[in-house]
Design a protein around this ligand. Structure first.
Ligand code: PLP
Length: 406
């Protein structure tokens, strides 16, 4: 049984107060809190097991290397990647997508080639492609969401032209919670010879992910949203794409030999991991993912679906609340505005006074905000430790905000 109170007890920060009120943490879409096992693993790594990795011959270096490298296998298991060599370790999704832009796309795309994005991408999956537009004349094409926030996979496939060289899509919108049928996209895209990059920053938190079943070419995750440390993350790269990539960061660890005349690169994935990595952050991520897998991704998804449905029902009582994104199978992420002139920042400040932490702003999704015709929204995003009682607390705080601003 999924015992949410027992799970909450594993996250020490959840028992603190904020502004004299029990913390109701609903900003998981921005960054999630950490369980004690992760905090302990970080302390253990720094206090007993720390050294640089890969290059030492002494005991601690071997130990740190073993722990760090072990995480590659944990991530491969978490994503069902088939083999740990398909995992490039990094600092998070932003680095992962930029790596694809520099290591893969920049070598292969020329002026006039097209990259297809959805209209609900995070800036991390937009700006690297603008680099290619500015520097190489690559054309960015957009497929917008429907009025309910859904993204039709067929509309993405239909937008492919002979110049389309990459489709880059989020599996779950950080604003709308919309979940995209990636498998349908990859099947249609591959039939036309187009690779698919998936931004899994939000989806991997809320649902089981199987990159082989999805059939994607790249799948990026970010550790701090997965209940792990910030500065950790990874990207799955399909072996065929890995073979097409050239390193974009040069330095230690990614080379086998360096002379005045030439370099011999390390094998992938290490070829794409230059310099001293986030050793302890990555070790912490491994523990966080083990913790999620112990809880069971299906169980987490079920718990969050219950919360989502409960929240969606309760939101219906508030006829002055406008929820963006109405798809029934969305993740437990709700962006909203209130009728009237109140700015999202003011709403979130009122909620904060009640101990309720939500996000307010454009959520790094400028094109989506333009499409929705808003400059900012508040966002309540639920995680594996949230409860129905916290939904009620949010509703009470929203009623207060409505009273104050009505
Ligand atoms: N993509 C999505 C959908 C996100 O929600 C985020 C973070 O908010 C990112 C990418 C960027 O992740 P990071 O800042 O950890 O690299």
């Amino acid at each position: 049984m999924y015992d949410v109170e027992k799970i909450r007890a594993e996250f020490p920060i959840l028992s603190r107060q904020v502004n004299g009120k029990p913390l109701t943490y609903l900003d998981n879409g921005a960054s999630a809190q950490k369980p004690q096992v992760v905090i302990d693993a970080i302390t253990q790594a720094y206090s007993q097991e720390y050294s640089n990795v890969h290059r030492g011959l002494h005991y601690l270096s071997n130990l740190a290397t073993e722990k760090y490298e072990g995480v590659r296998g944990i991530i491969a298991r978490f994503l069902n990647a088939g083999h740990e060599d398909h995992i490039v370790l990094n600092s998070g999704t932003t680095e992962g997508i930029n790596m694809v832009a520099y290591s893969w796309a920049m070598q292969r795309l020329v002026a006039g080639d097209e990259i297809l994005l959805s209209g609900m991408e995070h800036h991390a999956n937009i700006v690297p492609w603008h680099f290619l537009r500015e520097r190489q004349g690559v054309v960015i094409k957009w497929v917008d969401t429907a009025a309910d926030g859904s993204l039709d996979p067929q509309a993405v496939i239909d937008a492919i032209t002979p110049r389309t060289k990459l489709i880059a899509l989020t599996q779950c919108s950080n604003v709308l919670g919309t979940v995209v049928d990636i498998k349908a996209v990859t099947q249609g895209a591959h039939a036309k010879g187009v690779p698919v990059l998936v931004d899994g920053s939000q989806s991997a938190v809320h649902m089981p992910v199987d990159v082989q079943d999805l059939g994607c070419d790249f799948f990026a995750i970010t550790g701090h949203k997965l209940y792990g440390p910030s500065g950790s993350g990874a990207i799955y790269v399909h072996p065929d794409r890995m073979g097409e990539m050239r390193p974009c960061l040069g330095g230690g660890d990614m080379i086998r030999e360096v002379s005045k005349e030439a370099v011999v690169y390390n094998d992938p994935p290490m070829m794409f991991e230059a310099g001293t990595p986030g050793i302890v952050q990555t070790i912490g991520l491994g523990v966080a993912l083990e913790h999620m897998m112990d809880l069971g991704m299906d169980n987490i998804a079920r718990h969050e679906a219950t919360l989502r449905d409960y929240a969606a029902d309760r939101f219906k009582e508030l006829n002055w609340l406008n929820i963006q994104g109405q798809t029934a199978d969305k993740a437990s992420i709700f962006s909203f505005t209130l009728d009237g002139a109140a700015h999202a920042h003011d709403i979130s400040t009122i909620l904060d006074k009640k101990g309720v932490a939500v996000r307010a702003g454009h959520h790094c999704a400028g094109p989506l905000m333009d499409h929705l015709g808003v400059t900012a929204t508040c966002r309540a995003s639920f995680g594996l430790y949230n409860t129905k009682a916290e939904v009620d607390t949010l509703i009470e705080a929203l009623e207060l905000a409505h009273e104050l601003f009505a």
